[in-house]
Design a protein. Structure first.
Length: 391
């Protein structure tokens, strides 16, 4: 294994919190590691882009380790705190600054002084706080709530997001000036299914880790289990892989994990296969049959023209929503409920597709409930996980 990144005292972390291991076996991952090692020794602000559960915090820790900074690494999830508290959490407060502030407290920026502050889910930061963050980045100093005294900072900022910040800027949810200030260096951590060379090394790492915890000797993956792991699309990324291996090792007889022991994987996926770089031949054939290239364009335009005229006649203002819902639902059905295939077919990112599926009632909100377990802040000194704050 070329590189393995884990948390300090990884065995003490709760089972379902974050991606707890990251490897760089796949060519895409090796290219990312090369770029990371180029960026790490500099003072450049870094933005890490990646889906939930891909290991963004581990990547940020690697940047910090390569920076030569002697201060602590502090990880904070911007979505873990309510809008009324996040100002005090980030910048600190003086005693009596607001109700409940019985004593002065340093914020996360001060705690990270001399080191690195990792702001996860930066896209969740309220607009008012974005203005303040921009000023901090420009002036390299903060003022605690309830104080007029400035505090000088020497903090390197690493931000992470699972959404495209450019789309957030266009939608008015994220400041353009802050986006350009943050994205000096961008590291994109691809979904696990797009770097298949990492899947089996990660699976073997988790297998060895949980075998040790459970007191199981000689735990191995059977060839059919390895094939099943490689053909699954991993919507939950590394975090899901860890949970699948943990459960399989519990139920596997004789410490040999077979494909039929991966019950959690089979139950959640219903046997879905990971989408390769091109669509499967059967799907390609269906697309070619259903959507001929040039002749379909005027037909589609004529159909839309008729719909627009009909909508105007009936005074129905929701035409776009109806067309969008029909397109998304048709594509979703066409791909047999496979989100990855549907996103590729429509030319969308998977996060955008999931938003549309929820918006039009095609995806249960419960599916994302497991993602809430990552809304925690890590102690910069001990590496322990702090209690989550309510959103």
């Amino acid at each position: 294994m070329n590189q393995l990144l884990t948390f300090p005292d990884a065995g003490k972390h709760a089972l379902s919190i974050r991606a707890k291991a990251l490897v760089f076996e796949d060519p895409q991952s090796q290219a990312l590691l090369t770029r990371l090692d180029q960026v790490a020794p500099t003072e450049a602000t870094v933005v890490i882009i990646g889906e939930t559960g891909t290991g963004k915090e581990l990547l940020a820790r690697r940047v910090h380790q390569g920076s030569g900074r002697r201060g602590p690494f502090v990880a904070v999830n911007c979505g873990a705190f309510s809008e009324s508290l996040i100002d005090a959490e980030l910048f600190g407060h003086e005693s009596g600054a607001f109700t409940g502030a019985s004593q002065a407290r340093a914020g996360w920026f001060e705690t990270a002084n001399g080191g690195t502050l990792f702001l996860d889910e930066i896209g969740d930061l309220p607009l008012a706080l974005q203005v303040k963050l921009l000023r901090v980045l420009q002036e390299r100093q903060i003022v605690r709530i309830g104080s007029r005294k400035t505090i000088e900072l020497d903090v390197r900022l690493i931000a992470a997001t699972n959404v495209d910040l450019r789309d957030a800027v266009n939608a008015g949810h994220f400041r353009a000036d802050l986006y350009y200030r943050l994205s000096v260096a961008t590291l994109e951590l691809r979904p696990l299914w797009e770097r298949p060379g990492d899947i089996l090394p990660l699976a073997r790492h988790f297998l060895a880790s949980y075998a040790k915890r459970l007191g199981i000797e000689g735990a191995v993956l059977a060839p059919d289990a390895e094939q099943a792991l490689l053909t699954y699309d991993w919507p939950g990324n590394i975090r899901e892989l860890e949970n699948v291996i943990h459960y399989a090792l519990i139920v596997a007889p004789m410490a040999i994990v077979h494909a039929n022991d991966l019950q959690a994987l089979q139950r959640s996926a219903h046997g879905r296969a990971r989408l390769p770089s091109t669509l499967p031949p059967a799907v390609e054939e269906r697309i070619a049959t259903a959507l001929p290239e040039e002749p379909a364009v005027p037909t589609l335009r004529q159909t839309l023209r008729e719909l627009v005229l009909k909508s105007m006649e009936l005074n129905q203002p929701f035409l776009f929503e109806q067309v969008e819902a029909t397109l998304v639902s048709t594509a979703f059905e066409f791909c047999h409920g496979n989100q990855v295939q549907t996103a590729r077919l429509l030319g969308l990112s998977r996060n955008v597709l999931r938003t549309l599926l929820k918006q039009h009632g095609l995806l249960a909100m419960q599916e994302d409930s497991s993602n809430d377990s990552g809304d925690l802040a890590s102690s910069p000194v001990t590496g322990k996980t702090l209690a989550p704050a309510s959103r």
